[in-house]
Design a protein around this ligand. Structure first.
Ligand SMILES: *Cc1c(COP(=O)(O)O)cnc(C)c1O
Length: 473
């Protein structure tokens, strides 16, 4: 596998025989942005406890908090919203959704949920017994929380390169098969219900998993009766990286690659708020009938009947259409291309970011940005606050605050990666917005020596990064 195949925008354009890159859509409706003064932003930051999750969006200029539920829907999706069949049971829109998932992801049985964590909750409750072990490629906050609430213990078995923000490995989302084998030997295959595989890996910087890796995981797990369950939240972005970087896939479409990848897994859960281009929604899917039976039974307790799972009919229609749009090559290239544009600009200007540039976000490496700040002073949280104060741009911490505490020792988990995420919503901002973002990051970088860090003054028990409060030191 080539480690150094160039994937810049320039070569991407050449690869597809085009001179330059542009969005494959034009704008039909606009939403004005609000600008604020430094004074207003200081007041807003204080009120929000220096936590970007607690800011009011009305005080934000360019919102890069998350790509979750922030996509712009297409005119076709909005038209679909008018075709909502709001029947309690058996809505037409559910069957559209079901067949879209079957057609593009290839799974047999579908359960709709209100969003990704609803799906994670159900799958964890159905598949995990107390005392089980769940290996996965790094972790995702809500995924791990549900696995642990179901009595499982999560084990990170991602390759070591994923923890090194400077490693140029083309598939930093891969599972280390030796680590996985060692865990199986240690706890026994019967204590591992499934491998929790995410493509791309958000916490590693939006890094992909290769087709070769999922095949090898499948080959190892299948004879031992261990299932492979996919967090498919950003799998179409993962498919683009396979198309660009893995031998034999350059001429295959995103849709073909997605379908092949899913075929090596036993089921998936999905936050449709990401790849699937809707503002709310999720689903889970499995091939095994017995598991489906249990899921279909449990969904009525927590989400809603198994033909709506917490979504309105119109939302399911927009989702079904969104799935079809999301797998189009032109869309994925433009989406990932915009992220890459921002990342390449920052790299050119000497700002330390996670390399290679991921699929949905540019991750600033706060440890190298603020080498003078100890991790207990929350460097990534500090950087998110400084960026907001500078320009009103909202980003998110993905470091020691997000990692939470060790449930046994009560001490902070200290992740190797201390990152501030600039997450790009799909089909929302233009290249000019990316220029403004890069300029503000550069301004913070130039002023880096004056950053002093933060002190945590309020800490919630679960998923603390959402609601924790801080004060400047
Ligand atoms: C967002 C996300 C989830 C959770 O989905 P929600 O829709 O936010 O509940 C799960 N896994 C990954 C990788 C995600 O990014």
């Amino acid at each position: 596998m080539p480690q150094d195949r160039p994937t810049s925008l320039h070569t991407m354009g050449q690869q597809y025989g085009r001179r330059s890159w542009a969005e494959p859509w034009k704008i039909k409706m606009v939403e004005p942005l609000k600008t604020t003064t430094r004074e207003q932003r200081e007041a807003a930051a204080t009120e929000a406890g220096y936590n970007t999750f607690l800011l009011r969006s009305a005080d934000v200029y360019i919102d890069l908090l998350t790509d979750s539920g922030t996509s712009a829907m297409s005119d076709r999706q909005w038209a679909g919203m008018m075709l909502g069949d709001e029947a309690y049971a058996g809505s037409v829109n559910f069957y559209h959704l079901e067949s879209a998932v079957q057609r593009f992801y290839g799974y047999k049985h579908i359960v709709p949920t209100h969003q990704g964590r609803g799906a994670e909750h159900l799958i964890s409750q159905v598949m995990i017994e107390p005392g089980d072990h769940i290996p996965g490629n790094m972790y995702f906050t809500t995924t791990r929380e549900h696995q642990e609430m179901a009595g499982g213990k999560f084990h990170d078995v991602i390759i070591d390169e994923a923890h090194d923000p400077q490693s140029l490995h083309p598939f930093k989302g891969n599972i280390d098969l030796a680590k996985l084998r060692a865990l199986i030997d240690e706890v026994g295959a019967d204590k591992i219900p499934y491998v929790s595989l995410a493509g791309t890996v958000n916490m590693a910087g939006g890094q992909p998993v290769s087709m070769a890796n999922v095949k090898a995981i499948r080959a190892l797990c299948e004879p031992l009766g261990i299932k492979v369950m996919l967090d498919a939240t950003r799998m179409v972005e993962n498919a683009l990286f396979i198309q660009e970087r893995e031998d034999g896939y350059a001429d295959r479409s995103i849709a073909e690659i997605l379908l092949e990848f899913c075929s090596y897994t036993d089921g998936a859960w999905m936050s449709a708020k990401k790849d699937n281009l809707v503002n709310i929604g999720g689903w889970l899917a499995v091939n095994d009938w017995d598991t489906f039976e249990e899921l279909r039974n449990l969904v009525v307790v927590f989400e809603g009947l198994h033909t709506y799972g917490g979504m309105a009919g119109r939302d399911m229609e927009a989702l079904a259409i969104g799935i079809e749009e999301a797998v189009k090559d032109e869309h994925v290239r433009s989406r990932v291309g915009q992220v890459r544009y921002l990342g390449e600009l920052l790299t050119e200007w000497g700002v330390p970011i996670v390399q290679p540039i991921g699929g949905h976000a540019v991750f600033l490496d706060a440890k190298r940005f603020y080498p003078h700040l100890a991790q207990d002073l929350f460097p990534a949280q500090t950087l998110a606050a400084e960026l907001y104060l500078d320009s009103g741009i909202r980003s998110m911490e993905r470091g020691i605050v997000s990692a939470g505490r060790d449930p046994k020792t009560g001490d902070h988990k200290r992740p190797k990666l201390e990152l501030t995420r600039l997450t790009i919503p799909r089909r929302v901002y233009t290249q000019a917005h990316m220029d403004v973002v890069a300029e503000s990051v550069k301004a913070c970088f130039d002023a880096r020596e004056s950053a002093r860090g933060l002190r945590m003054v309020y800490e919630p028990k679960y998923l603390r990064f959402f609601q924790a409060r801080f004060e400047p030191i």
